[in-house]
Design a binder for this molecule. Structure first.
Ligand SMILES: Nc1ncnc2c1ncn2[C@@H]1O[C@H](COP(=O)(O)OP(=O)(O)OP(=O)(O)O)[C@@H](O)[C@H]1O
Ligand SMILES: [Mg+2]
Length: 337
């Protein structure tokens, strides 16, 4: 597939010595959802601001759909949409007014703008609240409106900086579905996130970033495969030590099992086994069959795959600690171009 974003050895230093982006290179393919996953201060917003031409890079090169972010700045702005980390809609205006304002920034004629705004309000399910001032909106409603306002220009590629940070699970789910819908309709999406689940669920491919550097790149499955192993956990009745022993002996003989260990030795309530394997989902049925065949009762069975958090932990020695932040409201002027 054709590359729509090509970033080559990008650097950004704030002032004399704050190195925010430290020589990153990556490509985004046309039509994909590309994720930029990393903790606070990793350089995600800096990168996205450079690519959307809102911030000057220190060195390196980047093109969007073949256009150079410096030499072709005006053309780049015409084909991108950007939703910043801070909600950029105006509290004193209604939802409809906010979107109409965005349309006027993009020189869309009034009649066409009205139709477009109605369509967008419908898609983000804000038609009924369209004429209410944003002051009365919830965080999720604002974020949806903010996303819609980055779409008025029908961008080829949409840049979303932490689209769901600070949202409740239902609002997060809404935004996810909307992003997927836009992507199905053909839009390339570049999103940053500090939620590994978000990257895992949405991104076709992703980069894991830390301290201005890319520490890993690939599909979620490829990255998780680097960690290697799935875990199957079995629990037996509290006093069924015999069943647990028998199961251990039996399962050790199954093909594809790397290790069978007792969990929580010495703690009765933890009377169970942990199985490490490369192919957890394939093995679960075999495990169940073997135990059933031997008449061993299992109280609980869990299969867990490695998560992107474990990938991050393995690569950086740290865990992706998400610090929940409240949504802040920024001025609407930032999108005026
Ligand atoms: N305007 C600025 N002036 C000086 N330093 C800055 C500025 N903006 C960001 N930084 C620093 O650059 C580094 C990267 O910041 P950036 O905002 O790009 O990270 P981020 O990955 O978006 O983090 P977050 O998840 O918190 O949004 C941080 O160390 C930050 O403190
Ligand atoms: Mg940021």
């Amino acid at each position: 597939m054709e590359d729509i974003v090509v970033v080559d050895n990008l650097h950004k230093t704030y002032g004399k010595n704050v190195i925010a982006v430290d020589g990153i290179s990556f490509t985004v393919k046309k039509g994909e959802i590309f994720g930029f996953l990393g903790p606070n201060g990793a350089g995600k917003s800096t990168t996205i601001k450079i690519l959307t031409t809102l911030l000057e890079k220190t060195s390196g090169k980047a093109t969007i759909d073949g256009l150079d972010i410096d030499a072709d700045q005006v053309k780049v702005r015409r084909i991108i949409g950007y939703s910043s980390q801070e909600v950029g809609v105006d509290d004193d205006l209604t939802a409809r007014e906010n979107l109409m304002l965005q349309c006027s920034f993009h020189h869309i004629p009034t009649e066409k703008a009205k139709a477009k705004v109605n369509g967008l309000l419908q898609t983000i399910r804000l038609s009924e609240a369209a004429d209410r001032r944003l002051k009365t909106f919830s965080g999720g409603m604002r974020k949806r409106l903010d996303l819609a306002s980055s779409l008025v220009s029908d961008p080829k590629i949409l840049f979303l900086d932490e689209p769901t940070t600070g949202l409740d699970p239902q609002s997060r789910q809404d935004i996810w579905e909307y992003i997927v819908k836009l992507n199905r309709e053909g839009m390339t999406i570049f999103l940053t996130t500090q939620y590994m689940e978000e990257a895992d669920r949405l991104a076709n491919r992703l980069c894991i970033v830390d301290q201005g550097k890319i520490v890993a790149e690939g599909t979620p499955a490829e990255l998780k495969a680097q960690v290697g192993a799935d875990k199957i956990t079995l629990r037996f009745k509290i006093d069924d030590h015999e069943g647990c022993e028998k199961a251990k002996e039996l399962l050790s003989k199954l093909q594809g099992i790397e290790a069978v260990g007792k969990c929580g030795d010495g703690i009765a309530a933890e009377n169970g086994l942990t199985i490490i394997t490369k192919n957890g989902s394939g093995l679960v049925t075999q495990v169940v069959r073997a135990l059933d065949g031997a008449g061993i009762n299992v109280e609980q069975l869990n299969l867990s795959a490695p998560t992107l958090d474990e990938v991050f932990l393995k690569l950086t020695g740290k865990t992706l600690n998400v610090v929940e932040r409240k949504q802040t409201t920024g001025g609407w002027g930032r999108r005026r171009r």
